[in-house]
Design a binder for this molecule. Structure first.
Ligand code: TXA
Ligand code: MG
Length: 335
């Protein structure tokens, strides 16, 4: 794990910030920094977030600056629970039902801002909607509690790079641009939240993620429409090259070429060096949790090309393949 000496305040060691050992001072320090308009990186169950006070324009602007992210891309606002979300945004019956079913957890709802919302306009980047979610990771919950307000947080990576699933990823990308990194260990889901908006007769899937269309339909009683048809960019951040490693990715590769690194999946991976297997037993949940960290490890090792074995396009595999396709897409105006 990262040493604590290099950063302005501290990078906490995982053992110190496990659920029962996180000190009150650590969290109070983080909440204090947020109140001062500083940036604090924190773990969620999906990926690490780069957090700022969502009501403070300057703090929110600092997020864009730290990420090198274009202004037009709106941010997710993290809240403690449904009640806190409803203070900032309008929830219809379906949105409320989804929030109550899946929060705290990896579901983000895009809903209309309330006219009297205290949220910075910058978090919506000019839209009259806001993306909100209540994260379930204990450290995120404790931090929201101590801070007592909404925290805007995109994934804690530089724009166009892979989302971080461990504190040392954050330190490597943003170390000197963030006041504090809370280390809660590796993220359990390892894949960004599912993003939806609710329409009259259906749910729009803006970004696939850990909560699947089937789960959404079961709770809401509405069909889910989305990325399958048209390929239109509905979430401004859904540019093809969003999840971009430096290496080129060759998808659906069954036999890696000499000189290529292999990102393997399942028990029938070919014998190859270098190679990392996101799930030797072929388990999609394990694969999702390992995806970004292993992609990053191969990318950081400096290989020009990474061959990626096929991953079944079902369940969580849909979201994994979505990320892989974007990581493989030609570079364009980055998120
Ligand atoms: O799991 C996650 O969602 C992580 C953790 C930190 O919560 N956050 C995350 O945030 O992935 P970010 O900023 O990297 O991705 C948020 C996505 C972007 O594609 C953005 O364009 C979209 O949500 N988004 C935010 N507000 C929106 C809005 N009002 N309408 C449509 N899309 C929105
Ligand atoms: Mg992101």
């Amino acid at each position: 794990m990262t040493s604590s000496s290099d950063w302005p305040f501290a990078v906490y060691d995982r053992r110190r910030l496990s659920v029962d050992t996180v000190s009150k001072e650590d969290i109070e320090n983080a909440a204090h920094l947020l109140r001062m308009g500083k940036l604090v990186a924190f773990p969620t169950e999906t990926v690490y977030g780069l957090g700022a006070d969502a009501r403070n324009d300057q703090a929110v602007a600092a997020i864009f600056e730290a990420k090198g992210r274009p202004r037009f891309n709106p941010l997710i606002v993290h809240v403690a629970d449904v009640a806190a979300a409803e203070r900032e945004a309008e929830f219809d019956a379906v949105a409320r039902r989804l929030a109550e079913a899946f929060w705290p957890g990896p579901l983000t709802l895009v809903v209309p801002r309330r006219a009297d919302s205290g949220l910075s306009l910058l978090v919506s980047a000019g839209l009259d909607t806001v993306a909100v979610r209540a994260p379930s990771a204990p450290v995120a919950q404790i931090l929201l509690d101590a801070f007592g307000g909404p925290i805007a947080a995109p994934s804690a990576n530089r724009s166009g790079r892979i989302s971080p699933t461990r504190a040392d990823h954050v330190a490597a990308e943003l170390g000197d641009r963030v006041s504090l990194i809370l280390d809660g260990g590796p993220c359990t889901a390892g894949l960004e939240s599912t993003i939806v908006s609710v329409a009259e007769d259906h749910i729009s899937l803006l970004r696939p993620g850990p909560i699947t269309p089937r789960q959404l339909t079961k709770v809401a009683g509405l069909p889910v429409r989305g990325r399958a048809g048209g390929g239109k960019i509905t979430a401004p951040g859904q540019l093809e090259s969003h999840y971009a490693p430096r290496a080129r990715l060759r998808l659906n590769a069954t036999s890696p070429a000499a000189g290529e690194a292999l990102l393997a999946f399942g028990p029938n991976a070919p014998d190859h060096t270098p190679s990392l297997n996101i799930s030797p037993k072929g388990d999609l949940v394990e694969a999702a949790a390992n995806l970004f960290a292993m992609l990053r490890a191969l990318d950081d090792a400096g290989h020009d090309s990474i061959a990626v074995m096929p991953v079944p396009d079902e369940g969580l595999g849909l979201a994994i393949n979505d990320r892989l396709h974007r990581a493989a897409a030609p570079r364009e105006g980055e998120e």
